[in-house]
Ligand binder design. Structure first.
Ligand SMILES: NC(=O)c1ccc[n+]([C@@H]2O[C@H](COP(=O)([O-])OP(=O)(O)OC[C@H]3O[C@@H](n4cnc5c(N)ncnc54)[C@H](OP(=O)(O)O)[C@@H]3O)[C@@H](O)[C@H]2O)c1
Length: 326
């Protein structure tokens, strides 16, 4: 079968090859999935580039340990291991596993759920990592409640477009921050108020405006500036950093947040989303009931995986970038 692989660190156009590899065989607790669609996440390009260098201690010093990009998947079950009880051959599923930019993958039973009929494979593949991040950040870390004011910085990207909809599902009042070309799109997915960052700096307008939650995908404002916008019990979720800010800037933010946690009433929380089958099931229900509709920017073929990763790493995708396998 065909799969995207890389055996050295570097930019996707140089290191990714689409090549024949052995079709995987499911273990007892796994499903063999014929992949229909997979989606791209910033993590794919971070792992591939192997930077900053310090993270190579974990990723492999000379060569990457992970050689197959892609974690989000949607497809059809082709075979099941002997301990699998919840799925059968022919089921349409979506979820998470390793190396999903490939014609077939094996996923543990605990990492996938049934795809609702009303969404396409492309839409389902757009959901797992980005929507788990939005759900776990807003619900578990920020304890979102109806009527709360939430600001989402980077609202037009993969995580942001899902975070806007999930915050609305929890009954929040959502302010979305994006560039001019995305203002109408984020409004169409439910944002109550939109700030165009090319016209206004959200940390400078309307001083005294207080948010209960800042869901920050971008990390382009100082923590002090964000703190001024938070109510006394407000929570700032440091979801990600875009714009090529270095490891030093990230570490400084983390240390600041840690020190502040002892002295101030607001919370600055950094978190990594985790695979959780119950959460995937909830996301599947939100898709089935139309409460969550993934925004898909561009679709690429397996041969175009390098282009897709490069496009996403330009950091201006509108929603999710998807690889279509069949
Ligand atoms: N913590 C976790 O578990 C977790 C999980 C997944 C992702 N992440 C991180 O979260 C971040 C977002 O991920 P993603 O998948 O959403 O990335 P993405 O799809 O590449 O995000 C691109 C979006 O960022 C927006 N953007 C770029 N510069 C901006 C700025 N200055 N102000 C506001 N918006 C800006 C762009 O909107 P415009 O085109 O309108 O500028 C674009 O829509 C990344 O850093 C990623 O690594 C963290």
């Amino acid at each position: 079968m065909k799969a995207a692989i890389y055996t050295q660190y570097g930019p996707p156009d140089i290191v990714v090859q689409i090549t024949d590899v052995e079709k995987p065989v499911p273990k007892d607790d796994e499903l063999l999935i014929k992949v229909n669609a997979a989606s791209v996440n910033p993590l794919d390009s971070h792992l591939m580039k192997g930077g900053p260098y310090i993270v190579r201690v974990l990723l492999g010093l000379g060569k990457p340990k992970i050689k197959r990009p892609g974690v989000d998947v949607a497809g059809q079950v082709e075979a099941v291991g002997e301990n699998v009880t919840q799925f059968k051959s022919g089921d349409a599923v979506f979820g998470l596993c390793k190396g999903t930019f490939a014609e077939h993958v094996c996923a543990p039973e605990s990492a996938v759920v049934i795809k609702p009929d009303n969404v396409t494979f492309e839409q389902a593949a757009a959901v797992p990592v980005a929507a788990l991040t939005a759900l776990q950040g807003l619900r578990d870390k920020a304890k979102i409640r109806p009527g709360q004011k939430v600001l989402i910085n980077g609202a037009a990207g993969g995580v942001g477009t899902l975070a806007v909809q999930i915050a609305k599902f929890f009954g929040a009042h959502v302010t979305a921050v994006c560039s001019t070309r995305n203002v109408d799109m984020v409004r169409s997915i439910g944002a109550d108020h939109v700030i165009d960052y090319t016209q206004q700096d959200f940390t400078k307008i309307n001083p005294g405006q207080c948010y209960d939650i800042i869901f920050d995908n971008v990390g382009n404002h100082s923590l002090s500036a964000c703190r001024r916008l938070l109510n006394p019990k407000g929570i700032n979720l440091m979801v990600g950093v875009l714009g090529g800010r270095g490891i030093l800037s990230l570490l400084t933010r983390l240390v600041t947040a840690l020190v502040w946690s002892r002295f101030i009433s607001q919370k600055f929380i950094c978190f990594i989303a985790k695979l959780n089958k119950q959460d995937l099931t909830l996301l599947s229900e939100l898709l089935a009931t139309g409460k969550l509709t993934p925004v898909i920017d561009k679709c690429y073929s397996l041969n175009q995986v390098p282009e897709a990763i490069r496009y996403l790493s330009e950091q201006h995708a509108r929603g999710k970038v998807v690889i279509i396998l069949q």
